[in-house]
Ligand binder design. Structure first.
Ligand code: HEM
Length: 340
């Protein structure tokens, strides 16, 4: 990666905290989507789908995972209509955000022509006719967006995760979670259900109408010392050892703050809910170059209750990493700028 794209990644990073926030607790932290948000380095959030410098690398990473493990795309049979609905909705979002490279045109009475110039895709399809796509609609569109896609339906007064294409889960498994309800999925998260947040979050989602889209951010640290996206339970054997190595070597600069920008959409035709997750990562070495971010993150991590730190996976090393972060950011700030 050249230095300008590394810089753009910092400028577009969805910093997950408000400027004055010094403590963190779980909440139903939802806000309107597509409203650009300023940060200390730039801004984020103008589009539902963010096509940035990492787009091609992420599409390739997703392809690698799906080739090795096609089961990361799981659709319960009753969700097929919602997958078509999702595909068309995301195509429209892509055209809306990137009209110079994404194109959707109606062809005849029920046909469509979809072109994604970035991936060289030019496909004419009939809505609802599987024979006109190379794979199911969820996989077809999922291979063209950087986000993990979850489809949620409502029955018996609750929400159910009934379909998903998830190649970049952070220490969970889409195969395990598909078919589970909202309370079951959030059961492992400390305080969430006990303090009523799960119930309020579910109520919020059920009340959503099709005319407003929402978003929230979630943050944690990756257990992997690189921007490798697939930290799913399915591949635990390939990355599970990394945290021990980082801690033993005190290699704090490589620790990645992992931020999920999540969007919520009520689909127009089927009424199913979409929950899409775009993962961004920034290393502590990069965060150290932005002193206000470094200080704020250190304050928040140091204050966090032990049960949340344990769930997020850094209870035993977070304080050491934050000590390094504060010291490094002050060293960076004091260093003379390098010419050229
Ligand atoms: C306003 C809505 C929502 C809120 C407030 C919320 C909140 C949370 C929180 C706080 C976590 C823990 C994350 C962490 O600390 O790193 C979490 C995890 C998770 N959420 Fe949600 N969530 C919402 C919607 C959804 C939806 C719609 C789905 C899909 C059905 C979902 C699926 C998950 C999954 C799969 C996890 C990982 C659980 C695990 O570690 O096993 N969430 N959520």
């Amino acid at each position: 990666m050249n230095s300008s794209s590394a810089q753009r990644r910092i400028e577009g990073f969805p910093w997950p905290f408000d400027p004055d926030e010094r403590t963190f607790r779980y909440s139903v932290n939802v806000a309107d989507a597509k409203v650009p948000r300023q940060t200390a380095t730039g801004s984020w959030g103008a589009n539902i789908i963010d096509i940035d410098d990492d787009y091609l690398a992420i599409v390739q990473a997703r392809d690698n995972v799906l080739r090795a493990d096609p089961g990361r795309c799981a659709v319960l049979p009753h969700m097929l209509p919602a997958t078509w609905d999702l595909m068309l909705t995301l195509m429209r979002e892509l055209v809306d955000g990137y009209p110079e490279v994404m194109h959707l045109d109606e062809v005849g009475t029920d046909g469509w022509r979809w072109r994604n110039d970035l991936l060289g895709i030019d496909r004419t399809f009939v809505f609802g006719d599987l024979a006109t796509l190379p794979e199911g609609p969820l996989e077809f569109i999922g291979r063209q967006v950087p986000d993990d896609l979850l489809l949620v339906s409502e029955r018996e007064g609750q929400l159910w995760l009934d379909a998903g294409l998830v190649t970049f889960a952070n220490a969970w498994s889409v195969k395990f979670d598909v078919g589970m309800n909202f309370h079951e999925i959030h059961g492992p998260v400390p305080r969430l259900t006990g303090e009523g947040t799960t119930k309020r979050a579910q109520r919020f989602m059920m009340m959503m109408t099709g005319d407003r889209m929402f978003r929230r951010v979630n943050w944690t640290f990756s257990s992997i010392g690189s921007r490798r996206m697939d930290a799913s339970l399915e591949t635990y054997d390939r990355w599970g050892w990394e945290k021990t190595r980082i801690v033993n070597d005190e290699d704090w600069g490589r620790v990645q703050l992992r931020v999920e920008l999540e969007h919520f959409i009520r689909l127009p035709l089927t009424g199913a809910l979409v929950f899409n997750i775009r993962t961004y990562m920034l290393s502590l070495a990069e965060i150290a170059t932005v002193p206000e971010w470094a200080d704020q993150l250190a304050d928040i991590v140091e204050e966090l209750p032990a049960d949340i730190g344990t769930y997020k996976g850094f209870a035993d090393w977070g304080t050491d990493a934050m000590r390094w972060l504060r010291a490094q950011s002050h060293t960076d700030a004091a260093a003379p700028a390098v010419a050229g």
